[in-house]
Design a protein around this ligand. Structure first.
Ligand SMILES: C[S@@+](CC[C@H](N)C(=O)[O-])C[C@H]1O[C@@H](n2cnc3c(N)ncnc32)[C@H](O)[C@@H]1O
Length: 218
């Protein structure tokens, strides 16, 4: 369907089945988190994940990714997600979620980290588009992020958290990758839909071209 082609970036930057590596070693892969975690994901010492928020939402993403299979239980999905986070064991982890499963995600985060907190947030900068960002860590620290839009939280995390490599298990069009790149930081990530993930490569290539052009003309 044309409306789920995300500007056709996948035609200009096609992704195969294996990992795709950027110049700085940042690595991404088209991947379903129900399958075993790619080894490169374990290099992340910070995670931000914005997974589907409920069963209807996840199956819409499967449909958009042209998958014929469907997920039958959201609990199975989020337990798998937190299982992958446990495998990676980042020092700090952020997960975004809607109200419906906020309590479930907080409980999962509490199993992994000594300190868990959550922030009221919004998406698409819409006052009525409410969501939550949960933070887990073994050190007592609570950055003041309450009330910020998730995009601004992502920007803040990528430029202010102390990390070497940020990971995202459900990258989508790659806000995490793009913001890490802008901060000269490495990132790793997986995403179900190759068409969505190609958008990240195109965004980074576009920013690189602008930077190179400025260097030539200055
Ligand atoms: C809310 S979006 C993430 C948006 C992202 N923050 C961005 O910058 O575009 C959730 C993403 O999870 C992906 N997803 C859904 N099920 C998945 C699965 N089983 N494994 C990996 N990714 C999945 C969807 O395709 C979708 O791109």
């Amino acid at each position: 369907m044309a409306e789920y082609n995300y500007g056709d970036a996948y035609l200009r930057y096609p992704l195969g089945a294996g990992p795709y590596m950027f110049d700085d070693g940042s690595t991404i892969q088209v991947h379903d988190i129900f399958n075993p975690l790619p080894a490169f994901m374990k290099s992340a010492d910070l995670i931000f994940a914005d997974p589907p928020w409920n069963l209807g939402n996840i199956n819409t993403f499967y449909m958009k990714a042209d998958k014929t299979e469907r997920v039958d239980s959201f609990e199975r999905f989020y337990k798998c997600l937190f299982g992958r986070i446990w495998e990676i064991s980042p020092q700090v982890c952020y997960v975004e979620v809607g109200k419906e499963h906020l309590a479930d995600f907080i409980m999962e985060m509490r199993k992994l980290y000594k300190y868990t907190t959550f922030y009221n947030s919004t998406y698409y900068h819409g006052k009525d588009k409410l969501c939550y960002v949960i933070r887990g860590s073994n050190k007592a620290k609570k950055p003041a992020l309450d009330g910020m839009d998730e995009e601004d939280i992502i920007e803040w995390i990528c430029s202010n958290e102390d990390y070497n490599i940020i990971g995202d298990l459900c990258m989508g069009r790659g806000l995490i990758g793009l913001n890490a790149y802008r901060n000269k930081k490495r990132f790793v990530g997986t995403e179900l839909n190759h068409k969505r993930l190609s958008v990240l490569i195109e965004s980074i290539e576009r920013e690189k071209k602008i930077k190179n052009h400025k260097m030539v003309t200055n």
